[in-house]
Design a protein around this ligand. Structure first.
Ligand SMILES: NC(=O)c1ccc[n+]([C@@H]2O[C@H](COP(=O)([O-])OP(=O)(O)OC[C@H]3O[C@@H](n4cnc5c(N)ncnc54)[C@H](OP(=O)(O)O)[C@@H]3O)[C@@H](O)[C@H]2O)c1
Length: 239
């Protein structure tokens, strides 16, 4: 496939390494321009590009940048991109560490990916948000391997979700359908499945145990869990 990745940090680079390794043609973009991506190109085998070039590369787009920067993406980003090209959203809300407070996400009126989708003006598929970049790069395994890590995939676009689930499997992870974007709170930061690298049977059990409609108590609990995780991260020395 021709895949465009917008964001060349931890997740963008990890995905690029794996996708080029599988034979996909990958364009990769950051905020500062292709000329700043020589090292990333060398490490990943992806070709540096502008965000618009990456978005118009062909079969699938990944948006993997700090959540707060989503509204800054070019307004013409998806101009001319056919509706059937899936847009993958890997992004998470880190209000304390990085993103600042976003009112709709604080109240729980929107899930994080519903907010991203509104800003992008395109249906998105939420995946790769709850696994560490290093694990994407190094922990994929063949189908059927006991304990294979599974990843939840959520979207309102059924066809796009199917395409992305097939790619998740190709990357060495079990793809688990996590329903609509409105239900994707179940894979957000602070939930039991966040960063847990669960095999499919356990992930399905965790997701099912939460129900589909987020209650105010669940929203408060998961926000508190995430805030505690962010505070712990703030104590770590920066590398
Ligand atoms: N790190 C993880 O393990 C992990 C795991 C799951 C999900 N996530 C989520 O995935 C997203 C990306 O995380 P990350 O850790 O890969 O971030 P990161 O290492 O900080 O990299 C961010 C990348 O986004 C680019 N970028 C920022 N604003 C941009 C813009 N307006 N247009 C184009 N590119 C832009 C940056 O380019 P410049 O350097 O040129 O600004 C950089 O290449 C975040 O929402 C994060 O919460 C991360």
């Amino acid at each position: 496939m021709n895949i465009g990745i917008i964001g060349a940090g931890h997740i963008g680079s990890a995905l690029a390494v794996r996708l080029t390794g599988l034979g996909h043609a990958v364009l990769i973009a950051n905020s500062r321009g292709p000329e700043t991506l020589k090292d990333v190109a060398q490490k990943t085998g992806a070709t540096p590009a502008t965000a618009q070039e990456a978005a118009r590369h062909g079969d699938l787009i990944v948006v993997t940048i700090p959540l707060k920067n989503i509204p800054e993406l070019p307004k013409d980003l998806f101009e001319g991109v056919p509706a059937e090209v899936p847009v993958v959203d890997t992004n998470n809300y880190y209000p304390l560490l990085r993103d600042g407070r976003i009112p709709e996400l604080e109240t729980g009126d929107l899930t994080e990916s519903e907010w991203v989708q509104q800003h992008l003006g395109r249906p998105v598929v939420k995946v790769f948000n709850n696994i560490y970049a290093q694990h994407i790069e190094h922990k994929g395994q063949p189908a059927g391997t006991p304990g294979r890590i599974s990843l939840p995939v959520a979207s309102d676009d059924a066809a796009a979700k199917q395409k992305v689930m097939a790619l998740v499997e190709e990357l060495g992870f079990d793809a688990v359908d996590n329903g609509s974007l409105h239900e994707s709170w179940r894979q957000q930061p602070g939930t039991p499945a966040y960063g847990a690298d669960l095999p499919a049977a356990e992930l399905k059990q965790q997701l099912a145990s939460l129900g589909t409609e987020r209650t105010p108590a669940q929203h408060a609990q998961f926000a508190a869990n995430h805030a505690a995780q962010e505070r712990e991260m703030m104590k770590q020395p920066q590398s």
